[in-house]
Design a protein around this ligand. Structure first.
Ligand code: DLL
Length: 450
């Protein structure tokens, strides 16, 4: 285990050897999984209907006479969507099915604008969540006894405690370091030799960078698996992190409104994230019309919780853009594969008529010679037109005299690969702010200029 993994080792998927914690449910044939989903959906609808008048009124307004009538995709599609503002409008506890003393924990979004969204869990909800994170970790190759260095933020954010409880459920000791104090993170990774790193991908890179500045080669650490999520990231970023840390980088997805991390996770085959269909129903819709999109086509991910007690969410519009694939996976799991979330509807930039996600820009940038993976997109208004400036840091090895040339070259690549003209600026190392959690990729100065 101590040997440095070569990139070839990292690329080769290892067969899942030990059965998962929940192997039987993970490989349940679809003809048995789907009836289970409809039965659980009816229970979930009943829970919402009986305890939250707002749900009952909306379901009745949609023509539903009884939750048992929802037993097919067509019936499901007649139900109304939920959106983030529904939670805000009922701030803080208005959509909970249980009184506060019956809950075990609350989490909340940081809420940069307006009120935070507050989510609640019963003890049973926390246990389900721990199971699903444990299942996700096991599918990604983590095994009981592996030391987990958990650099997701602890607190109201679901990342820290969610990963923590899942690792504990799997039987893994956890270093609950949370985000920040990056030099100490490096020291503890080298001293404690964790096998697993949990962090946002941008923070993983920040750790790698600080290690390199200290002359520490993380490829010689014990790290072998990284569970990265909470923000969009590209394949290029995955390769970059793997090369710098000597681990296999696995994508884990989730959102607090639905649960937290572990709603879906890649397995060792890494061809999509398995969405745990015994606990959630996944749909993809056209974000404009709300109509379902054919399987395999990009659309907005809509999730319905099937077993959540305290806060059932019915057809929740995540704003995340992805594609679904229900074909069986090489690993044997039957649960739907959610392809890498490339961005959110509300992160999409329209630059001179071209739709662009920051992750597309990232895919062009990362790995370009002379450039670091640290970048920001700055939106400004020039007259009536929006303009975008791409600020990307140079690697220390790039002479300052070459910045302008590199900027022109990058501009050309962005134009030819994505079709937008960006004003590219190559900046000195250390200028772009580092994240300790979710990276800020876009600075929107358009209103400031108005
Ligand atoms: O970010 C939960 C989480 C924690 C997931 C740790 C994975 C790891 P929220 O703060 O509510 O919850 O943010 C949810 O983050 O709707 C996506 O837009 C984005 N997101 C989460 N995971 C991924 C991912 C947590 N793997 C929002 N890829 C979601 C792309 C992701 N985007």
């Amino acid at each position: 285990m101590g040997a440095i993994a070569s990139p070839a080792d990292l690329a080769a998927p290892t067969a899942p050897t030990a059965p998962g914690l929940h192997a039987a449910i993970e490989t349940l044939p679809r003809e048995r999984l789907e009836p289970l989903q409809w039965q659980r959906l009816q229970d979930s609808l009943r829970n919402a209907w009986d305890h939250v008048p707002w749900h009952r009124q909306r379901l009745q307004a949609a023509g539903l006479a009884d939750p048992r009538d929802v037993d097919s995709p067509a019936a499901l599609q007649r139900l109304p969507f939920m959106v983030k503002t529904d939670l805000r409008d009922h701030y803080p506890f208005g959509l909970f099915t249980r009184a506060l003393p019956q809950l075990a924990r609350l989490h909340a979004s940081s809420g940069t604008t307006g009120k935070p969204t507050v989510v609640g869990y019963t003890a049973q909800d926390l246990s389900t969540w721990a199971d699903l994170v444990a299942r996700s970790m096991h599918g990604a190759g983590v095994r009981a006894g592996d030391l987990v260095h958990n650099a997701y933020g602890y607190g109201l954010f679901t990342g820290g405690l969610g990963a923590h409880d899942g690792a504990t459920r799997l039987g893994c000791p956890v270093v609950p370091i949370s985000g920040g104090g990056t030099e100490r993170q490096v020291a503890l990774i080298m001293d404690f030799r964790p096998r697993v790193l949990c962090a946002t991908p941008s923070y993983a890179l920040a750790i790698a960078e600080v290690a390199e500045q200290q002359g520490v080669d993380l490829r010689g650490s014990g790290l072998r698996i990284g569970l990265f999520g909470a923000e969009p990231w590209s394949e290029a970023m995955r390769r970059e992190i793997e090369a710098r840390m000597g681990l296999r980088a696995v994508d884990i997805y989730g959102l607090s409104e639905i649960m937290g991390p572990g709603v879906a996770c890649e397995c060792v085959a890494r061809c999509g994230l398995h969405g745990w269909e015994d606990h959630f129903l996944f749909e993809t819709i056209d974000p404009d019309s709300g109509a379902p999109v054919p399987e395999g086509e990009p659309g907005e991910l809509v999730i319905t919780t099937l077993t959540k007690q305290a806060l059932p969410m019915l057809r929740y519009r995540t704003r995340d853009i992805t594609r679904l694939d229900r074909r069986a996976c090489a690993c044997g799991r039957t649960h739907v594969r959610i392809l890498r979330v490339t961005g959110r509807n509300d992160d999409m930039l329209i630059i001179r008529g071209v739709n662009v996600y920051p992750s597309q820009i990232e895919a062009v940038l990362v790995g370009r010679p002379g450039l670091s993976p640290h970048y920001q997109l700055v939106l400004e208004r020039q007259g009536a037109l929006d303009s975008v400036r791409l600020e990307v840091e140079a690697l220390p090895s790039l002479p300052a005299a070459d910045y302008a040339l590199q900027a022109a070259d990058t501009r050309h690549h962005v134009k030819s690969m994505i079709g937008v003209s960006a004003d590219v600026r190559v900046l000195a190392p250390g200028t772009v702010p580092r994240s300790q959690g979710k990276a800020v990729r876009v600075r929107d100065l358009r209103d400031a200029a108005a």
